[in-house]
Design a protein around this ligand. Structure first.
Ligand SMILES: NC(=O)c1ccc[n+]([C@@H]2O[C@H](COP(=O)([O-])OP(=O)(O)OC[C@H]3O[C@@H](n4cnc5c(N)ncnc54)[C@H](O)[C@@H]3O)[C@@H](O)[C@H]2O)c1
Ligand SMILES: [Zn+2]
Ligand SMILES: [Zn+2]
Length: 366
């Protein structure tokens, strides 16, 4: 295939973190990706991330094929473009959402890029189909023109990496709750908000809820470093291992519960907690990725609750959020606590929330 390529000579293999089975990630040498369609680009990765969502296949709560290169968060420079790629050239600094999208189908046109008819998740291969991921040095991005986003100067690689997933996801979770419109504008009452889970997604949701006008933000987790960052980002935080979070939230809200709960965990216990602390008529916005069926519909009915959920349409949010990177209460990149070389130990550290780890990124060139 004809293509425009970076002429720098490179090796024919590259190191990558590869899924080998339950809690088994291996650092292996894999072949470099090549263009497979004229709309593909190859991106040379500068940094890549480790996400709470990587933990689902790691623990076999979700299936990916053995041999899949893991990861879906990265930034880098365009290294090679297929002949049909018009908007990018070799050397452009780019960020990417965690799903590819066509930009043209009925879902993309409605801003629901995560459900594009051609959507594929990076780092998710099943039955031999799907895409390899970003925890490596080079990645093939299909539908490059409508998937990649050029990074403006003034935005750091770290900020751009977060825009591709957890920044967009945390903001989407707050936005999806309608806290700014339904409560603040129409009713004239600023919403009270609770964040269940102060991992990267929940922490960004705190910044977003504050930006969108929440009057009070309560946050629940049990990891000290995450609780103190939640406080710094503008929440009042409680350690659920030290007290009953239901009693605490009700006590903070005259016994009624909060208007909006953002659930950023993905476990049945967290959703149950969300149901218990939302006031009647309130909204639960679920960002957590649930892999178990556990839907207490009666709890929603009994309190007239609204449930919002889903995969973040990150491609639609990324450009919209660029002006916000410097307008929030804190720099979202503060959540990045570790930058390490590609290593299976990064998974173990993140999974165990060891060493004060909140968000881990990796430099594949170290
Ligand atoms: N919707 C999307 O598009 C999207 C995008 C990215 C991540 N996610 C999902 O969001 C979730 C969070 O991701 P993350 O990167 O922040 O992960 P994370 O695992 O770092 O954070 C989860 C946090 O929840 C806390 N927690 C666990 N059980 C709890 C409970 N019962 N009550 C309160 N807190 C509890 C943990 O201590 C941890 O700090 C994951 O399920 C991930 O798959 C969804
Ligand atoms: Zn993710
Ligand atoms: Zn589409």
């Amino acid at each position: 295939m004809k293509s425009k390529a970076n002429t720098l000579a490179i090796e024919s293999t590259m190191p990558a973190l590869v899924f080998r089975g339950k809690q088994h990630i291996a650092l292996e040498n894999v072949p470099l990706p090549t263009l497979e369609a004229p709309t593909d680009a190859i991106v040379r990765i500068s940094i890549c991330g480790l996400c709470g969502s990587d933990m689902h296949p790691y623990h076999c709560r979700e299936h990916v094929d053995v041999g899949t290169i893991c990861g879906h968060e990265f930034v880098g420079c365009v290294h090679e473009t297929g002949t049909a790629v018009m908007h990018f050239k070799v050397g452009d600094r780019v960020m990417s959402p965690f799903t590819v999208s066509c930009g043209d189908c009925c879902f993309c046109k409605r801003g629901l890029t995560a459900r594009c008819v051609k959507s594929q998740l990076l780092g998710w291969k099943g039955n031999g189909n799907g895409l390899h991921g970003a925890q490596t040095r080079f990645i093939r991005i299909p539908l490059a023109d409508s998937t990649l986003v050029r990074i403006p100067s003034g935005i750091t690689d770290e900020q751009a990496l977060l825009l591709g997933d957890v920044f967009s996801t945390g903001y989407f979770a707050a936005d999806n709750s309608d806290l700014a419109t339904r409560y603040c504008r129409d009713v004239g009452i600023a919403a009270t908000v609770a964040i269940v889970g102060c991992g990267p997604v929940g922490l960004i949701a705190i910044l977003a809820a504050r930006h969108l006008g929440a009057s009070k933000i309560l946050a629940v987790d049990s990891v000290p470093e995450r609780l103190s960052m939640a406080q710094r980002f503008g929440a009042t935080a409680v350690d659920r291992s030290q007290c009953d979070p239901v009693d605490w939230v009700l006590g903070e809200t005259d016994g009624y519960g909060v208007d909006v709960v953002i659930e950023a965990v993905g476990l049945p216990s967290a959703f149950e907690l969300a149901c218990s602390i939302t006031r009647a008529g309130g909204t639960i916005s679920v960002a957590g990725c649930h892999t178990e069926a556990s839907m207490p519909l009666s709890k929603l009915y009994d309190k007239n609750l609204t449930l919002k959920s889903g995969r973040c349409p990150a491609r639609a949010y990324m450009e919209r959020l660029l002006p916000l990177v410097k307008a929030l209460h804190a720099d979202p990149a503060e959540i990045i606590t570790h930058c390490v070389a590609l290593s299976p130990d990064a998974y173990r550290m993140f999974d165990a929330r060891r060493d004060g780890c909140i968000k881990v990124i990796m430099d594949p060139w170290l």
